[in-house]
Design a protein around this ligand. Structure first.
Ligand code: NAD
Ligand code: UDP
Length: 359
C-alpha cells in the first residue's frame, strides 16, 4: 500500500483516479482548493468505493501555492508520502490566452512550490499531468513522445515549462564531498504523462466531468445539446484535411486514464530512479461527426449541429502513439468510443447541472 498525495483530487481526472487507487488498496490525501471542482465529487468517490477503502481517503482544502497547506497535507499523510500525483491546475486554452499570468501562477509557480515541499519532506516520486497540447501542431500522426515540444498557447507553455522543470530536477547533480570527484543524482522517480482527450465518466454515472460555465470541449458540449440544454453544436470547420472535413482527436475514457495513473504510480514506486515521458491516448482518432453519431446512438437523442468557421489555434489531427506506455507500464486503453459515450451520457443525464444536481 502506497501513501499518496493527490493534488487536484476533486477534479474530473483526479476523482476517477482516487477511486481506482482506493480500489487498488492505496492510501490517499486529496488536496484541492475546489477552484474548478466540487467537494461532492470526493464524497461520491467514498460512496462508490468498497467499504474497507473509506478510511483510506482524507480530503484537505488548500492551495498548492500555499506552503503551509502543503505542510499540512504532508502532516496529514503522516509526515511522508511515497508519491505525489499532481493534477491541480488550470486547463482552459481559451482562458489561458485571456489570463496567462493565472496559468503561470497556478500551473508553474504552484508546481514549483509543490516540488519544494516534496524535497523538504523527502518525497521524490511524482506523476505529473501533462498534455498533448505540448506538441502544438505536430508534423507526424500518430504522435510519438520524441516529437518536438512546441506549444502554441499559454496553457501549453505552462505544461512544457513544468516538464522542463522536472527534467532539470531529475538531472540535478549533488556534489558528494566525501567521495569526490564523483557526483550523485537525487533519486527522482518521475512520470510526465501527456494526456490526449479524456472523456466519459465512471460507469456508475455518479462521478463525471463538471465544467464551470459553457463547456469549450466537444464531449461536454455534445452532452448538453443531447440533453436539450443547448440548441445545437457548432462544429468548428468542415474543410479540414481529414476524411470528412472535421477535426480528429484521440479520445480516451477517463477510467482508462485513471488506470494509467495507477500503472505509472506502481511502475515508479517499484522501479529505479528514472524519468518517464509517456503519451496516454488510445491511438485511434475520431472526427467530430463520428463523435456526434456515436453519441446519438448511445443516448438515443439527436444532436443538431451547424458548421461554423474553424476555431483559431485548432489542429486538424491529434492522435497518440501510445506504444511506449504499453512497453513501460504494461498499460493500454481498453474502452472504445461507444463506452465513452454511454458512460458520459449516464453521468450527464442523471446530473444535468453537474454536482449541483440532486442524485
Ligand atoms: P479539473 O479542472 O477537473 O481538475 C483540476 C483540479 O485542480 C480541480 O479540482 C481544481 O479545483 C484543482 N485546483 C486548481 N487550482 C488549484 C490550486 N491552486 N490548488 C489546489 N487545487 C487546485 O481538470 P482535469 O480535467 O481533472 O485535469 C487535471 C489535470 O490534467 C490538469 O493539470 C490538466 O491541465 C491536465 N489535463 C487535462 C486534460 C483534459 O482534457 N481534461 C488534458 C490534458 C491534461
Ligand atoms: N469542437 C467543435 N465544437 C465544439 C468543441 C469542439 O467542433 O463546440 C471540435 C474541435 O474543433 C476539435 C474537436 O472538436 O476538432 C475536439 O475539441 P476539444 O476542444 O474537445 O479538444 P482539443 O481541441 O483541445 O483537443
Amino acid at each position: 500500500m502506497a501513501n499518496v498525495l493527490i493534488t487536484g483530487g476533486a477534479g474530473f481526472i483526479g476523482s476517477h483516479t482516487c477511486l481506482v487507487l482506493l480500489e487498488a488498496g492505496h492510501q490517499l490525501v486529496a488536496l484541492d482548493n475546489f477552484a474548478t471542482s466540487s467537494p461532492e465529487s470526493l464524497r461520491r468517490v467514498l460512496a462508490i468505493a468498497p467499504p474497507a477503502a473509506k478510511a483510506r481517503l482524507r480530503v484537505l482544502e488548500g492551495d498548492i501555492r500555499d506552503p503551509l497547506a502543503l505542510d499540512q497535507a504532508f502532516s496529514l499523510g503522516g509526515g511522508r508520502f511515497d508519491a505525489v500525483i499532481h493534477f491541480a491546475g488550470l486547463k482552459s486554452v481559451d482562458q489561458s490566452v485571456r489570463e496567462p499570468l493565472s496559468y503561470w501562477d497556478v500551473n508553474v509557480a504552484g508546481s514549483r512550490n509543490l516540488l519544494s515541499a516534496m524535497i523538504k519532506h523527502h518525497c521524490h516520486t511524482l506523476v505529473f499531468s501533462s498534455s498533448a497540447t505540448v506538441y502544438g501542431h505536430p508534423h507526424h500522426i500518430p504522435i510519438a513522445e520524441s516529437a518536438p515540444v512546441q506549444p502554441i498557447n499559454p496553457y501549453g507553455h505552462t505544461k512544457a515549462a513544468v516538464e522542463q522543470m522536472l527534467a532539470d530536477l531529475a538531472s540535478t547533480v549533488i556534489e558528494n564531498q566525501a567521495v569526490a570527484p564523483s557526483a550523485e543524482r537525487p533519486p527522482w522517480r518521475i512520470a510526465r504523462l501527456r494526456y490526449f482527450n479524456p472523456v466519459g465518466a465512471h460507469p456508475s454515472g455518479r462521478i463525471g466531468e463538471d465544467p464551470l460555465g459553457p463547456p469549450s470541449n466537444l464531449f461536454p458540449f455534445v452532452s448538453q445539446v443531447a440533453l436539450g440544454q443547448r440548441p445545437a453544436l457548432r462544429i468548428f470547420g468542415a474543410d479540414w484535411p481529414t476524411p470528412d472535413g472535421t477535426g480528429i482527436r484521440d479520445y480516451i475514457h477517463v477510467m482508462d486514464l485513471a488506470e494509467g495513473h495507477l500503472a505509472a504510480l506502481e511502475a515508479l514506486w517499484n522501479g529505479p530512479a528514472q524519468m518517464l515521458t509517456l503519451n496516454l491516448g488510445r491511438g485511434r482518432g475520431y472526427s467530430v461527426l463520428e463523435v456526434v453519431k456515436a453519441f446519438e446512438q448511445a443516448s438515443g437523442r439527436s444532436v443538431p449541429f451547424q458548421f461554423v468557421a474553424r476555431r483559431p489555434g485548432d489542429a486538424p489531427w491529434s492522435v497518440a502513439d501510445p506504444s511506449e506506455a504499453g512497453r513501460q507500464l504494461g498499460w493500454w486503453a481498453r474502452r472504445d468510443l461507444e463506452e465513452m459515450c454511454r458512460d458520459g451520457w449516464a453521468w450527464q443525464r442523471s446530473h444535468p447541472q453537474g454536482y449541483r444536481s440532486v442524485g
